[in-house]
Design a protein around this ligand. Structure first.
Ligand code: SF4
Ligand code: SF4
Length: 340
C-alpha cells in the first residue's frame, strides 16, 4: 500500500492549546503548565472550524444534544485558561452551524458559584450545547474536588441533560469518600484501595501514562504487541483531534499527524503518501512489528523494563525516531520534548 485515504471526520475535538494548569499522570497529550501559551490564532480558528463545518455530524439525539464521541468539542490543554478564545470558538462554530458542540474541562476555574454560573451561561448564550467534566484520581491530584462538584451542579442548571461526567464511577466514589480538596494519588489509593485503578473504568495507556503509571500495572515484552490491532482503530471517522499547530491527529494518538487540517479535502480524496510518511505506513497497516524493526534499523533497542501497552511501545519507538530523522508525521515535535 503506497497511499491511503483518510475517512471524512464526522466528530472530534479541537485543542485550543496544550497548556494546562494540571499535569495529570494519564494525560494523552502530555499537557502541562510547561507548554508555551501557543493558543490557536483567530485566523486558524476560523480556518479549522470552516473545514469542519459540514463534516461534523450531530449526535444521534440531534444537533442540540451532545455525546462523548459526537459533534465537536473544545479541549486542550484546559480551554478555560483562555476564556475569550473559547467564547470566540463557540461563536464561530455556532455561526457555521456545527452541531452538538461541548467543552471539556478539569474544573480548575470553578472557585465560586457566581463566576462558574456566569461563564457557563455566557457560553450557552453564544451557542455552546453542553459540557464534559473530567473526573478521576489523576485530575483529583490537581483540582480540589469541591470545584468539580460545583461545576457539575451548576452545569446541570445551565445545560440540563447535556452534562457528561467522565468518569461517573469516580465522581460517585469521591462523593462517597467525602473528598473535598486535592488528593495525592498515593493517599487516594490508601483510602480507596489499589483495585480502584484496575478494571474499574476505561484507561488508555497512552501519552504520559506510559511514563508515570509504571509500577502500578504489569509490563510485557515488545513482541506481545506486534500483532495487536489499535483500539480504537487508527484510521476512523469519529473522535479525531485537531490541534493549534495544524495537526490532524488520528483518534487519541498524541504526537502523530495525518497532515495539516487545512488539507482535509486532499487527505480525504487523494490520501496520504505512505512512502513519504513511513511511520504512518506501518501504523496504517497495523504492523507494529515492522515499525519496531524500522526503529531498530535507526538504532532503537528494546526496553528491558517491558511495555504497558501497544501504545506505550508505539510512543517509545516514535520518541526514538523523532530524534533520528525528519518524519513530518511525528508532530508536533514539542510533544516529544514534553515526554517525561
Ligand atoms: S488530562 Fe486534561 S486536565 Fe489533565 S493535564 Fe491533560 S489536559 Fe490537563
Ligand atoms: S499503537 Fe500508536 S497508532 Fe495505535 S492507537 Fe496506540 S498510539 Fe495510536
Amino acid at each position: 500500500m503506497t497511499s491511503v485515504k483518510v475517512p471524512q471526520p464526522v466528530s472530534g475535538g479541537l485543542l485550543l492549546s496544550y497548556k494546562c494548569p494540571a499535569e495529570c499522570r494519564h494525560c494523552m497529550y502530555l499537557c502541562s503548565p510547561k507548554w508555551p501559551a501557543d493558543w490557536i490564532t483567530s485566523e486558524d480558528l476560523e480556518a479549522v472550524l470552516s473545514q469542519l463545518a459540514g463534516r461534523i455530524q450531530p449526535s444521534p439525539w440531534g444537533p442540540e444534544a451532545v455525546g462523548l464521541s459526537d459533534g465537536l468539542h473544545f479541549t486542550g490543554g484546559e480551554p478555560f485558561l483562555n476564556f475569550e478564545l473559547l467564547r470566540q470558538a463557540v461563536e464561530i462554530a455556532e455561526a457555521l452551524g456545527i452541531p452538538s458542540t461541548f467543552v471539556e474541562t478539569n474544573c480548575f476555574w470553578c472557585g465560586d458559584d457566581e463566576t462558574t454560573r456566569d461563564m457557563l451561561r455566557h457560553l450557552k448564550e453564544v451557542g455552546l450545547k453542553g459540557i464534559m467534566i473530567s473526573v478521576n484520581p489523576f485530575y483529583a491530584e490537581y483540582v480540589p474536588f469541591e470545584r468539580t462538584e460545583r461545576c457539575v451542579r451548576i452545569s446541570q442548571e445551565v445545560f440540563g441533560q447535556n452534562v457528561m461526567v467522565y468518569q461517573l464511577e469516580y465522581y460517585r466514589q469521591f462523593r462517597e469518600l467525602g473528598i473535598k480538596e486535592r488528593i495525592p494519588l498515593e493517599d487516594y489509593l490508601a483510602v480507596a484501595g489499589s483495585e480502584s485503578l484496575t478494571g474499574r473504568v476505561e484507561l488508555f495507556f497512552m501519552g504520559r501514562a506510559t511514563r508515570q503509571l509504571r509500577g502500578l500495572y504489569p509490563t510485557y515484552p515488545a513482541p506481545t504487541f506486534f500483532n495487536q490491532l489499535c483500539q480504537p482503530p487508527f484510521l476512523r471517522s469519529w473522535h479525531n483531534h485537531f490541534d493549534n499547530y495544524g495537526n490532524f491527529m488520528p483518534g487519541f494518538c498524541g504526537g502523530i499527524s495525518l497532515g495539516h487540517w487545512r488539507d482535509l479535502d486532499r487527505l480525504t480524496t487523494e490520501g496520504i503518501d505512505l512512502v513519504e510518511h513511513p511511520v504512518l505506513g506501518f501504523l496504517v497497516a497495523g504492523d507494529m512489528g515492522g515499525l519496531f524493526h524500522f526503529a531498530e534499523d535507526h538504532g532503537y533497542h528494546e526496553s528491558g523494563d517491558g511495555y504497558l501497552s501497544k501504545c506505550d511501545l508505539c510512543l517509545d519507538l516514535r520518541d526514538h525516531l523523532v530524534s533520528r530523522g525528519d518524519f513530518p508525521e511525528l508532530s508536533p515535535r514539542e510533544f516529544y520534548a514534553h515526554l517525561e
